[in-house]
Design a protein around this ligand. Structure first.
Ligand code: DGL
Length: 263
């Protein structure tokens, strides 16, 4: 494991780039590799054993490519597989979980909404965290049925998406939630639509910045910062047609390389 090795990221698809963007913003000196396993998306409806097997496959590919640390840029993979990954591979892992804690601490109405996949909401790790931080408030949990598939098709900001979201989020709109936690790394791409649906006084939070700060802390603790003065390299790979991934990255007008890779 070398300091100039890349930080590896994986997700069931394009969504984890919302996390990747926060990490490269906070740590501009680091090399990165991102694997979008879009061929197998969505993970959120798969049994735990399959989520673990896919996480194992992605991790082994990232290690083969020299990753010094791995960000599991997927709530579903984190909540179902991170314990397995941490006990089977020799690099540090950073996971991503729905940001319930800040929402539970700040809510004034005492009602928060959580939008996540079935796999995340039904995981043992999610139950433990949500009980720990939000035992005394009301949580409205909604499974984002169909959202990941549409985002994977590049349909994140369309009238059809708005109709689907309004129907899914009805239980949250009927009560006075004041915080909405986005518990899936694909969902930050829904922000323009969500802001049209919810009143302005509903705060929408995701875990991107917290993951970036945790990545920085773990690199520091393990003396793993990249000390090389070469211009950092970012490589993004997908196992389907790269069009959607390219479009999400191009929105930032950065010249990142996006390639097809079989994995
Ligand atoms: N980005 C994944 C997550 O954070 C999406 C899950 C899925 O593929 O269903 O949960």
């Amino acid at each position: 494991m070398s300091n100039s090795g890349p930080i590896g990221f994986f997700d069931s698809g394009v969504g984890g780039t919302s996390i990747w963007k926060e990490v490269i913003k906070l740590l501009p000196g680091e090399n990165t590799i991102y694997l979008a396993d879009s061929k197998n998306a969505p993970y959120g409806e798969k049994p735990v054993e399959e989520i673990i097997a896919l996480s194992k496959k992605n991790t082994e590919k990232l290690l083969e490519m020299g990753s010094k640390l791995i960000v599991v840029a997927c709530n579903t993979a984190t909540t179902n597989a991170i314990e397995f990954l941490r006990s089977n591979y020799p690099v540090p892992f950073i996971g991503i979980e729905p940001a319930i804690k800040p929402a539970a601490l700040k809510t004034k109405s005492g009602i928060i909404g959580i939008l996540a996949t079935k796999g995340t909401l039904s995981s043992a790790l999610f139950s433990r965290t949500s009980e720990l931080y939000s035992a005394n408030i009301k949580r409205i949990e909604v499974v984002g049925n169909g959202l990941v598939a549409k985002i994977e098709e590049g349909q994140h900001n369309t009238p059809e998406m708005e109709v689907l979201l309004r129907a899914l989020l009805k239980p949250m709109l009927e009560v006075k939630i004041d915080y909405l936690v986005l518990g899936c790394s694909h969902y930050p791409y829904l922000l323009p639509v969500l802001k049209r649906i919810f009143p302005e006084d509903v705060t929408i939070i995701d875990s991107g910045e917290a993951v970036a700060r945790q990545t920085q802390r773990v690199l520091e603790m393990n003396s793993l910062f990249n000390l090389s003065d070469k211009i950092p390299d970012h490589q993004l790979y997908t196992n389907v047609d790269p069009e959607v991934l390219k479009a999400l990255i191009a929105a930032d007008q950065n010249p990142y390389k996006v390639s097809y890779l079989l994995f």
